[in-house]
Design a protein around this ligand. Sequence first.
Ligand code: PLP
Length: 373
Amino acid sequence: MIKLFQPHMPKSVDQPLLQVLHSGYITQGPKVDEFEQKFCDVFGHKNAVSINSGTSALTLALRLAGVGPGDEVITTPMTCTATNLPILSLGAKPVFADIDPISGLISTNSVSKLVTTKTKAIMAVDWSGSPVDVETLNAIAADNNLKVIVDAAHALGTNHNAEPDFTCYSLQAIKHITTVDGGVLICADDKDYHRAKVLRWFGIDRELPSLDSRIDQDIEEWGYKFHMNDVAATIGIEQLNHADYIIQAYRENAAYLHEMLDKSFYAMAPLTEGSYWIFTVLLPNSKLRRQFKEYMEDHDIMVSQVHKRNDEYAVFKPYKVSTYSEGELYYRDFPGVDNFSERMICLPVHWALTSEDRDKIVQTANAFAELQR
Ligand SMILES: Cc1ncc(COP(=O)(O)O)c(C=O)c1O
């Protein structure tokens, strides 16, 4: 079976991991600092706050953006639930925007129409690892005093056309590189960066000189227990040695699929310089999706939608409602989300595919297309 995802865990992790496991110090310590510095060096960020998951990084970003009870966050429904559940956890309201019907990226046009006096932040996702248009989102944010948060869980190594206030990465098991579970938060503003480091550990500043930080320091603002530990960081440090190669492999596989798949049958967004954690194609119609999945899996190739549009989960249904008028509910139209979510499916694109695997994926998918004619 050609798997949809393949965790990357080099053998060279073993020795440093054993060392740290038996070092007598396994929680947040020097390895976390080393990991953060290396992450900045590899990806060209000026700061990085390591976190225990991508979901926690998103929660922290929302908190730093000032999102609280009653606030609105404009967001995409076409994503992992991890993007939008943190909005609910802060007592805020997700306001779903439409997306581009082919790329799956949030529609900046739709975003601009949804800003109200309650809006605090815009949450955008680099679907499939392709970069969202941060420049336009920043302009909307600047006009309305909002913060821009990019969920870049699919997009390690992807560059944006401008810097958002917050960028959140996931290092969960099947992401480009992994610390088994983990995340990284990048803050554009130095003050946010320092506050993030305090809020990730109960609200205590571990960098202030004190004999015993938990005892000597007051907690002025409640924080989380979101920090990374030295075991995860040790895995991350070793993974970072392979990041360029891994991300390049995803990119090359995506370019190959993009070139070779039958474009008269599969709709695809233009190829970007993104890092393609998933590779999405749109089938001509929703009815073909189940058949396509069965056909590919009969040929030992895993395919999946990976994420379900969030507004279909019961927990998010109340936020589909646009207005109440004369006792009636009006549901917002999401033509882009409808088109994309009904037709899309993701093919294997991961670093471990061989050239034979890639050929088999293309030949099988193109044979399916031929059968439909
Ligand atoms: C778009 C998106 N956001 C957030 C996350 C959450 O990351 P984590 O599993 O590290 O919490 C994921 C994980 O798959 C994701 O795909």
